[in-house]
Design a protein around this ligand. Structure first.
Ligand SMILES: NC(=O)c1ccc[n+]([C@@H]2O[C@H](COP(=O)([O-])OP(=O)(O)OC[C@H]3O[C@@H](n4cnc5c(N)ncnc54)[C@H](O)[C@@H]3O)[C@@H](O)[C@H]2O)c1
Length: 214
């Protein structure tokens, strides 16, 4: 029984995965402490909000000291793990989709790809990474309990499939296609454009070079 976690406001809880990812990176780099200013710049949340959020976790940064990365990470892990597993569907079992299915998302995460869809009849009935592939025409038959979808179809197919996913009651879409899809305001879409990410990395390397001692 962990009653203190239930007191976290929803808005704070929504920022947890953001904090978690950044802190995990810092931890991987061997950093022990992080200031709210550093965090604020990285996750684009103002530092007053971060300080308030962290006060719910009992993590009080000491002046000029910052927060203990290890402590925050272990707290986040516990809190995020309390959530039930989100069931995910993947649409488009091509190059990218196949790679995702073979990658075990459940390792550190409370998400699980339960079902995959493709338009290519040769792929139907197959299991890729232990996930059954169904025909896209049968999408609606297999969407029970699925909250999130990963889109790895050609850009031209993205909007039509997004419309059907919304109709089927999805609440989030992770869109890997270059298409900018339109959904109702109660559905969250995250676009992941690898070309933009790569450009951003090159930009940062040029304008914010890392010092060796960092
Ligand atoms: N491969 C990459 O590295 C990469 C990187 C970034 C973004 N993307 C984007 O991700 C998407 C997928 O790329 P890919 O390389 O895996 O392509 P791909 O052609 O290998 O795979 C697309 C898959 O979608 C299926 N498909 C086509 N129409 C469909 C429909 N209406 N319903 C269901 N399935 C359908 C195809 O049968 C195929 O298996 C593209 O939009 C691409 O621009 C790919």
């Amino acid at each position: 029984m962990d009653s203190e976690h239930t007191k976290i406001p929803q808005a704070t809880a929504k920022r947890l995965p953001l904090y978690y990812r950044f802190l995990n990176n810092l931890h991987g780099q061997g950093k022990l402490r992080v200031s709210s200013k550093e965090l604020s710049e990285a996750v684009k949340v103002d530092s007053a909000t971060i300080r308030r959020d962290f006060s719910y976790f009992g993590a009080l940064g000491k002046k000029g000291y910052g927060y203990n990365v290890e402590y925050l990470l272990s707290f986040f892990r516990k809190t995020l793990d309390q959530d039930e597993t989100t069931k995910v569907a993947l649409i488009g079992v091509g190059n990218l989709g196949t790679a995702f299915l073979n990658y075990n998302f459940t390792k550190n995460n409370n998400t699980k790809i339960e079902v995959a869809f493709d338009a290519n009849h040769d792929r139907i009935g197959e299991e890729v990474g232990g996930v059954p592939v169904q025909h896209i025409d049968d999408l609606e038959k297999h969407m029970d309990g699925i909250g999130v979808a990963i889109l790895t179809v050609p850009a031209t197919a993205a909007q039509g499939i997004a419309d059907r996913l919304v109709e089927a009651g999805i609440s989030g879409v992770l869109n890997f296609t270059p298409a900018r899809i339109t959904v109702p305001s109660n559905v969250r879409v995250h676009h992941i454009d690898l070309a933009i990410e790569l450009q951003a990395l090159v930009y940062f390397l040029k304008h914010y070079p890392l010092n060796e001692e960092d």
